[in-house]
Design a protein around this ligand. Sequence first.
Ligand SMILES: [Zn+2]
Length: 164
Amino acid sequence: MTEHDIKISFKEYDTVTELNTADQALCAEAVKAMATSHSPYSKFRVGAALQLQSGKIIHASNQENVAYPSGLCAERVALFHWGASHANDPIVSMAVTAHTDDFPLLKPITSCGSCLQVMAECEKRQNMPLRVLLYCIDGPVWVIDDVKSMMPFMFFEERLVQPV
Ligand SMILES: [Zn+2]
């Protein structure tokens, strides 16, 4: 028997103003992205902004549906848009934020397991780290240097991608 330990490291900034200018700007883009959220059921708006290597920014938000499982998280709306139209332009960083009028958010929201899986595969596809900024508007920002460290057990089978 062999026991393994996995360590996950991330940086916590008390407020967004502690970030460098580019990261602050990307967090602001995630806030802007919430404006297009379609969340009449949860009233929980989520915005995501992708900073691409070319400088382009992709905005996305959560999109709900009256048939609940038909909705999709902001992260995956953003990443599938990237995959469909900008996959040759690597994602440098991704900022995610949220807001609801129902209760205060005191710490950053974290992505669901399905989004982490998609984030991990996008990182693999582009063959470079995808930084993640989880931004609490009135609280801290968590910065993770790559998705691999957030999803060490991501499902990935090389033989499904490249014939052996
Ligand atoms: Zn999700």
